[in-house]
Design a protein around this ligand. Structure first.
Ligand SMILES: Nc1ncnc2c1ncn2[C@@H]1O[C@H](COP(=O)(O)OP(=O)(O)OP(=O)(O)O)[C@@H](O)[C@H]1O
Length: 319
């Protein structure tokens, strides 16, 4: 096992109250797998991804839990130890590469620095930067460009090229294709697939479950700061057990069938004051008074590799 996240909770201490961005989240990432986190905006996907890198932004704080990466708790490492791991063993690409690229420095300078900080001599880093650009289908002369001279898709290729520099064990990609058109989106996904083929585990974050289905091995579904279902793609798509997962799947338009698209009624809760019991109960068609609004369901394994946090998994209400 490459990564083990145990009982992770992250709160944001804002002026208007404590936002429980993630609570009691546990999962593993295996070597060489592609795991995708899905859920509506605000469900805590980015919060967990940032915590795995020990990069939760202020006013956020990890209030409990462990993030064991190759046997070490990332949350307990010193800055220096983290520096050794980040960018080399585990790395992250973001929705907007402008947030990670420096607008005032050339692509080449930034790519080379990403390698020299880990001890690669400058000449070698320059050669490798050219090769890496070619790998992501960009001409080597782009080394002399500034980020604003590239399109959004090209910038994302550059951040993936930087991520590829050391064949990391884990790549966290937080909505890396959301701002891009479908064709460019696909080419970025292909690059992540190539990294996977070379042994990198892909930790992908998206609000679009249809993107998750094609390439992932497993899907993790988040709702209101909680992990509510986790399983293989087949289990999640063929046999979703959480009513929220079902709703997410039914909300995807299907070009080839007459099936109506069903929007999920209601809104995600305010995470300063999440609902008691199951957080989904106010929106759940199966919610049972006295149970779902009272007791919080634990995430439990209902069949091999398939975990769900629901009192009535699969809709067993009428029994
Ligand atoms: N810097 C912050 N300050 C205060 N609250 C935050 C901050 N970042 C996230 N949150 C809150 O934490 C909760 C989880 O947000 P998070 O961004 O992790 O969700 P998400 O599923 O990644 O959504 P999105 O796809 O919109 O990024 C939300 O209620 C959000 O408002």
């Amino acid at each position: 096992m490459l990564l083990e996240v145990r009982n992770l909770s992250v709160y944001y201490y804002t002026l208007s109250g404590v936002v429980k961005g993630a609570e009691g989240v546990s999962f593993n990432v295996e070597e060489g797998e592609w795991i995708t986190f899905v859920g509506e905006s605000g469900s805590g996907k980015s919060t967990v991804a940032h915590a795995v890198m020990n990069l939760v932004p202020s006013p956020g704080k990890v209030v409990s839990g462990e993030v064991i990466f190759e046997g070490k708790d990332i949350l307990k490492l010193s800055k220096e130890e983290l520096r050794q791991i980040r960018g080399k063993e585990m790395t992250m690409v973001f929705q907007d590469p402008m947030t990670s690229l420096d607008p005032l420095r050339t692509i080449g300078d930034q790519m080379i620095e990403a390698m020299t900080v880990h001890g690669v001599p400058e000449d070698e880093a320059r050669e490798r930067a050219k090769e890496l650009l070619q790998r992501v289908n960009l001409p080597p002369d782009r080394l002399d460009y500034y980020p604003h001279q590239l399109s959004g898709g090209q910038r994302q290729r550059v951040s993936i090229a930087i991520a590829m520099a050391f064949r990391p064990k884990l790549l966290i990609a937080d909505e890396p294709t959301t701002a891009l058109d479908v064709i460019v989106q696909d080419s970025i996904m292909d690059l992540l697939d190539e990294m996977k083929a070379e042994g990198t585990s892909i930790y992908f974050v998206t609000h679009d479950i249809s993107l998750a289905v094609e390439r992932s091995d497993r899907i993790a579904v988040m709702y209101a700061g909680k992990l509510v279902e986790l399983g293989t793609v087949e289990q999640i798509v063929e046999n979703p057990l959480h009513p929220y997962t079902k709703a997410l799947i039914e909300a995807v338009p299907d070009l080839w069938s007459e099936r109506p698209v069903k929007a999920i009624p209601g809104y995600p809760p305010d995470l300063r004051n999440p609902p008691k019991g199951c957080r989904f109960h106010p929106r759940c068609p199966l919610a049972k008074a006295g149970i779902c609004d009272a007791e919080e369901p634990e995430l439990r394994e209902v069949e091999r590799y398939h975990f769900v946090a629901c009192h009535f998994p699969g809709g067993a209400k009428d029994e």
